[in-house]
Design a protein around this ligand. Structure first.
Ligand SMILES: NC(=O)c1ccc[n+]([C@@H]2O[C@H](COP(=O)([O-])OP(=O)(O)OC[C@H]3O[C@@H](n4cnc5c(N)ncnc54)[C@H](O)[C@@H]3O)[C@@H](O)[C@H]2O)c1
Length: 347
């Protein structure tokens, strides 16, 4: 089996240290960080890292025994010729770095979310990946998580009938948080494209000056998809998801820890409630390992990745359309988003 060489840009939490933060947090299956995930798959070898900070490079070297360390990530790519580059810097650098990594000839990229702060930036990432045949996945990890994949399988098998509506529950920020909720709803509901979006940013009345926000606001949203499905988020709860169909519902609670399948049941002539039916306990694997190996599967087979750049670009467009809706006093915004320079900073 070929072993692919992976190099990381940005040697902080997601790259290296986040595992220790979630040791007693059952919703996350370790390994979580990119470096720890590389150690547990025999398809990838961690070969190098780049960070502008000397102390981050030293800590990374001590933790993982990697000595090919660089201040300049582009020099790292030239010297080390990695097959995969994982970009684990903060959000404002994602798009620019992704384009540079594509242009340096790398064919597989793990790009942290969200891929961009504006659609102008996201368009450049999409175009660069498409023109250069690059396979990309982002860190929206629920679609790579075996528990959500099992739910999707049951939905696809028709266990809840024809899909109708998806609901997410949690108070969270737009581009750091809701990029995850939007992506997960898209995934569970078949990755169809949205046609209209509306939303509100919090606090109510938040002003977007000069088409730019320098912080990532909390938000709510409603989405209408081209196949007629709809989705929304409620700003309370614990990263719960509910997907409703004509014949039942699949519900997850406590950030994926508890799962419930309900099906329409004829109780009396007139009464057909959704009642709990048996649903197997999902197996729980590391989503980061799945995400990285999915890049390799895509390269080796020529099929698209599960979190293809087109999907990541569209999820970003939905989030930015929420901000545009807020800017237009909560109006429905038709996609594609016209205001492509609207910029929302996120970490
Ligand atoms: N997918 C997930 O579940 C998940 C979890 C945590 C964080 N994240 C995302 O990962 C990204 C990084 O977050 P973090 O918490 O790991 O950040 P962090 O601050 O811990 O690490 C970022 C690192 O990037 C380095 N850096 C900055 N500019 C650089 C440059 N020009 N070249 C090289 N390195 C540079 C910094 O010095 C820092 O060490 C964010 O986008 C965050 O949203 C995702």
């Amino acid at each position: 089996m070929k072993k692919y060489r992976l190099a990381i840009v940005g040697l902080g939490r997601m790259a290296s240290t986040i595992d220790q933060e979630v040791i007693n947090y059952p919703p996350v299956k370790l390994p979580y960080s990119v470096a720890a995930s590389c150690q547990e798959t025999d398809r990838i070898e961690l070969v190098a890292g780049a960070d502008i900070l000397l102390e981050k490079r030293s800590a990374f070297s001590n933790k993982w025994g990697i000595h090919a360390l660089y201040q300049d990530y582009l020099e790292m790519i030239v010297q080390e010729e990695p097959d995969i580059v994982a970009i684990c810097t903060k959000g404002e650098l994602h798009a620019e770095m992704a384009v540079q990594v594509v242009e340096s000839g790398v064919k597989m990229i793990y790009l942290e979310k969200a891929i961009a702060c504006s659609m102008d930036e996201a368009d450049k990432v999409l175009e660069a990946c498409r023109e250069n045949g690059v396979f990309l996945n982002t860190g929206v990890l629920r679609r790579f998580d075996s528990r959500y994949q099992q739910a999707k399988k049951w939905i696809d098998q028709g266990e809840i009938g024809d899909l109708q509506y998806g609901v997410h529950y949690a108070a969270t920020s737009l581009l750091h948080g809701h990029i995850h909720s939007v992506d997960t709803l898209m995934y569970l509901m078949g990755d169809s494209w949205a046609t209209r979006v509306r939303g509100d940013l919090r606090p109510h009345g938040l002003l977007i000056e000069d088409n730019r926000l320098d912080s990532d606001p909390s938000s709510t949203y409603q989405i209408v998809f081209e196949n007629g499905l709809e989705a929304t988020t409620i700003p309370v709860g614990n990263w719960d998801f509910e997907i409703f169909g004509t014949e039942g519902a699949i519900k997850s609670s406590n950030n994926g820890m508890n799962w419930q399948l309900q099906q329409k049941t004829q109780v009396t002539d007139r009464y057909t409630p959704f009642l709990d039916v048996e649903y197997p306990d999902p197996v729980h694997h590391s989503a980061t390992i799945f995400c990285l190996e999915d890049l390799i599967d895509a390269l080796e087979t020529g099929c698209q990745t599960l979190g293809d750049i087109g999907i990541a670009h569209h999820a970003t467009e939905i989030c930015l359309a929420v901000a545009e809706s807020h800017r237009q006093d909560g109006s429905w915004i038709d996609l594609p988003l016209k205001n492509r320079s609207l910029y929302i900073y996120h970490v």
